[in-house]
Design a protein around this ligand. Structure first.
Ligand SMILES: Cc1cc2nc3c(=O)[nH]c(=O)nc-3n(C[C@H](O)[C@H](O)[C@H](O)COP(=O)(O)OP(=O)(O)OC[C@H]3O[C@@H](n4cnc5c(N)ncnc54)[C@H](O)[C@@H]3O)c2cc1C
Length: 444
C-alpha cells in the first residue's frame, strides 16, 4: 500500500498502486474489487485515489505512436503529458489545441475531466481536440471510441472520471502556431461589475482571457481584480530578441518548494500580501511573453507549489453559474466567502462558453470562479453552504477540483447524469471502475 492524494494533498489514503508499462500490463492489473486509473495526479481532490483498492498509475504508457506534420494529428498512449507534447512538437510549430492551467497533465486525465482552458468561450473543452481513443473495458476488451464508433462511450468518457474503462491510447489534433510566444493586454476592474464588463468586452476581441480577483476585498471594492486577455503571437508581433528563436521551448520552474510549509504560515495578513503581490504581478505582465507565462504561470514560478499549504492540504472550489443574474449571484457567493472568515487564496474568474454533448462535462455557459482554500476548521460547512447556493442558481461544481460535494447535491447539478449511468451500466456492469470520488458523489 502507498499513501496517495490529489494535488490538494487532501484527502490522503492508502492505495494499491500498480504502474503498467503496456496495454497488456493494464489488462493484467485490472482488479475486480475496484480499479481506477491515475495520470499525473493534478486533480485536486479524490478522483485518482482508491482507498485500499487498485490505482493504475498510467505515466509509463507514454509513447508517441504517430504524428502527421501536415495536419498536426498525434496518436499517442494515454500517459503522455501535455508537457511531453510541447517539448516534442512546439519546436515544429505545434501546440496543444486545448490546455488547462498546467502542462503536467496526461492525455488520459485531460479526457477524463474534459479539461477546459482560458479560451473555452471561443474553443470549447478538450473534447474538441480528440478524434478517437482506445479504451480497455472491465471485460478486458479494448474498443475504439469516436464520434462515429461507440459514440456513447466516447462522449461519456469526457468528464467520466475514469469510471468507464482505462483509456490506453488517443488520437488528438494539435494547434498550428508560428511562435511559442503570447501577446496579452491587461485590464483592471475596480469592482466586480467593472471586471465582468472587461471580461465580456475582451472575450469578444480575444480568444484567451483570464481574470483574478482579490477575495478579501469587501463592500464597494468586492470583486476588484485584473484581467489578462490575448492570443498566440505571430512572427511579426515578436521583438527582435524573441524573433531569433520564435519556437523556443519551455520555461522551467524557477525553484522547487523544498518542504511542506508549516501550517501557521498562512493567515489573513500573509494572504493579503499574496493577493496584492499577485495582482501587481499580473498588472505588469509584458505585452509579449513566453506562452508558458500566460498558460502555465504556476508551473513557471514554483514546482510542487501545493506543498506551500502545509500538511493539512487544500482544495480548489470551482463552480460555474448561468450568465443570467451572474453579477448578483457572484456577489452573493463572494459575500458568503468573505463573511466565513476562511482563507481564500489563488483564484481565477472566467466566462465559459456553451456546454458540449458529454453528459458529465463540467463547462456550461456562464461564469466560473475557481478559488483555493486551505483545509481548516469550518471549511466543510462553508463549502456545503456554497454548494447549495450554486445548485439553487442552476450551476455546478467541477469534479476535477472537488473534495467535498455530496451525492444528492451532485445529482441536482448534473441533470444529464441518467444518460451517463446508461453508459456506465453498458460498459462496466459490475462496477469494476470506482474511486474515492465516485463513491462520495454516488457515481458508483
Ligand atoms: C495548477 C493547475 C491548474 C489547473 N488548471 C486547470 C484548468 O485551467 N482547467 C481544467 O479543466 N483543469 C485544470 N486543472 C486540473 C487538471 O487539468 C485536471 O485535473 C487533469 O485531469 C489532471 O490530469 P492528470 O493526468 O493529472 O489526471 P489525474 O488527476 O491523475 O486523474 C484525473 C482523472 O482522470 C482519470 N484518468 C487519468 N488517466 C486516465 C486514463 N488513462 N484512463 C481513464 N481515466 C484516466 C482518473 O481516474 C481521474 O478520474 C489544473 C490543475 C492544476 C494542478
Amino acid at each position: 500500500m502507498v499513501a496517495l492524494s490529489g494535488w490538494g494533498l487532501y484527502p490522503t489514503v492508502d492505495c494499491k498502486l500498480v504502474e503498467p508499462e503496456s496495454e497488456r500490463d493494464v489488462a493484467r492489473a485490472l482488479d475486480v474489487n475496484g480499479t481506477i486509473a491515475r495520470g499525473l495526479g493534478r486533480s485536486y481532490g479524490d478522483p485518482a485515489i482508491n482507498e485500499r483498492r487498485t490505482v493504475l498509475g498510467m505515466t509509463k504508457l507514454d509513447r508517441v505512436l504517430g504524428f502527421d506534420d501536415a495536419t498536426g494529428v498525434l496518436r499517442c498512449e494515454a500517459g503522455v503529458s501535455l508537457s511531453q507534447v510541447i517539448e516534442r512538437f512546439a519546436g515544429r510549430g505545434w501546440f496543444p489545441m486545448i490546455t488547462p492551467g498546467t502542462r503536467w497533465v496526461t492525455i488520459g486525465g485531460c479526457i477524463a475531466n474534459d479539461v477546459h482552458g482560458k479560451a473555452h468561450h471561443a474553443q470549447g473543452s478538450f473534447l474538441e481536440s480528440v478524434l478517437s481513443m482506445r479504451v480497455l473495458l472491465a471485460s478486458g476488451d479494448v474498443v475504439t471510441a469516436s464520434r462515429t464508433e461507440n459514440a456513447d462511450l466516447f462522449f461519456a468518457s469526457f468528464g467520466g472520471m475514469g469510471l468507464l474503462g482505462v483509456i490506453v491510447e488517443a488520437t488528438i489534433r494539435l494547434r498550428k502556431v508560428s511562435t511559442t510566444f503570447f501577446k496579452q493586454r491587461v485590464f483592471v476592474g475596480n469592482d466586480l461589475e467593472s471586471l465582468m464588463q472587461h471580461i465580456e468586452e475582451q472575450d469578444a476581441a480575444f480568444p484567451y482571457s483570464v481574470a483574478s480577483i482579490n477575495p478579501l476585498e469587501t463592500g464597494a471594492r468586492l470583486g476588484k481584480g485584473v484581467l489578462s486577455a490575448g492570443d498566440h503571437a505571430s512572427l511579426e508581433d515578436l521583438p527582435e530578441k524573441f524573433a531569433r528563436e520564435p519556437l523556443r521551448g519551455n520555461g522551467r520552474a524557477f525553484f522547487d518548494m523544498p518542504f511542506l510549509f508549516p501550517n501557521f504560515t498562512l493567515n489573513r495578513a500573509t494572504l493579503s500580501l499574496v493577493h496584492v503581490f499577485g495582482q501587481q504581478f499580473m498588472t505588469r505582465g509584458a505585452a509579449i511573453t513566453h506562452a508558458d507565462n500566460f498558460f502555465y504561470p504556476l508551473d513557471v514560478l514554483v514546482g510542487d507549489w501545493n506543498r506551500g499549504y502545509g500538511k493539512r492540504g487544500f482544495t480548489q472550489y470551482q463552480f460555474v453559474i448561468p450568465k443570467e443574474d451572474g453579477a448578483r449571484n457572484l456577489r452573493a457567493i463572494l459575500e458568503t466567502i468573505v463573511s466565513a472568515r476562511q482563507l481564500p487564496s489563488l483564484n481565477v474568474l472566467k466566462k465559459l462558453g456553451k456546454e458540449n454533448a458529454a453528459p458529465l462535462s463540467f463547462p456550461r455557459e456562464g461564469w466560473t470562479l475557481a478559488i483555493d482554500f486551505p483545509v481548516i476548521d469550518g471549511l466543510a460547512e462553508l463549502l456545503s453552504r456554497l454548494d447549495a447556493m450554486v445548485a439553487d442558481m442552476g450551476g455546478r461544481i467541477y469534479l476535477g477540483k472537488d473534495a467535498f460535494l455530496d451525492a444528492a447535491t451532485f445529482a441536482r447539478m448534473y441533470s444529464r447524469l441518467p444518460q451517463w449511468r446508461v453508459a456506465k451500466q453498458k460498459y462496466d456492469p459490475h462496477g469494476v471502475f470506482t474511486s474515492n470520488l465516485s463513491r462520495r458523489v454516488g457515481l458508483t
